[in-house]
Design a protein around this ligand. Structure first.
Ligand code: NI
Length: 259
């Protein structure tokens, strides 16, 4: 079964047909979905979805572009949400210097705080990092944790950067972009990465793979991503689906001794 490691089914793009679409995923080979929150209201919506659908799990965290809304009181609320039964990760958290719509110092502060939070609640992290490879690595190194691991989602850096994240024990999320004609750098990364370092993800509703590029994305299109990875690696699509599912289950398994 396919493990979808990064979806936003709480997004308004799914308001029209969410309850028709989601039950179909299981029939089409999607075994598990992690719905990833991005701002405070989406944390609530993500937890609701996880409660409603057995195969949907939650990641709780604030996206760098939404960190402007955080304060100490809201951060305490965020931490409380992490104790939810179906919460498997803290995310998505990180740095985004492409949109740059929150001051970089504010992004950095809340990235570091949410990394520390993940250590406290003993959960892995889902990291969003765009045009900010060096600062991302610096903060991850500064917030050293013995056990914390995670995934760099929608990876957009070079294979040399991939090596640095790998050496820290992190996995790399690969989605629809790998099928884009202009995605040479990502295909090189995939070629370079060991299969046990790759997770499948959509980031839906965004980044639909070819032949649906530009349309609303959903987990049903993950086979196109798996196909491209299989082609690059010279293995079967079934192997890609099976290995990436195993990788995800290893990363997101419930930590023992969680409070
Ligand atoms: Ni996302």
């Amino acid at each position: 079964m396919i493990f979808e490691s990064h979806a936003h089914y709480d997004d308004k793009a799914f308001d029209e047909d969410r309850d028709e679409l989601l039950p179909k995923l299981g029939e089409k080979g999607i075994g598990t979905v992690i719905n990833v929150s991005s701002d405070l209201p989406s944390v609530r919506r993500t937890l609701d979805l996880a409660e409603k659908y057995p195969f949907i799990y939650a990641a709780v965290g604030i996206h760098p572009s939404d960190t402007g809304e955080l304060d100490e009181e809201k951060f305490i609320w965020l931490k409380e949400q992490c104790s939810g039964e179906k919460v498997l990760a803290v995310g998505e958290i990180g740095l985004d210097y492409y949109w740059d719509n929150v001051e970089r110092d504010v992004q950095k502060k809340w990235f570091a705080r949410q990394l520390a939070l993940a250590d406290e609640v003993k959960l892995p992290v889902i990291i969003h990092s765009r045009d900010a490879a060096k600062d991302t690595l610096d903060i991850m190194r500064g917030e050293r944790a013995v056990e914390r691991r995670g995934v760099i989602h929608c990876f957009s850096y070079t294979k040399e950067s991939a090596r640095e994240f790998l050496d820290m024990g992190y996995l790399i999320g690969v989605g629809g972009v790998v099928t884009f004609q202009n995605a040479k750098k990502l295909r090189e990364c995939v070629e370079y990465l060991p299969m046990d370092a790759i997770l499948l993800e959509t980031d839906c509703p965004y980044l639909a793979p070819v032949p649906y590029r530009g349309k609303r994305n959903c987990s049903l299109y993950l086979p196109f991503v798996a196909e491209e990875i299989a082609r690059i690696k010279g293995i079967s699509v079934e192997d890609v689906e099976e290995i990436t599912e195993r990788n995800a289950k290893r990363l997101f398994r419930r930590r023992e001794g969680r409070g």
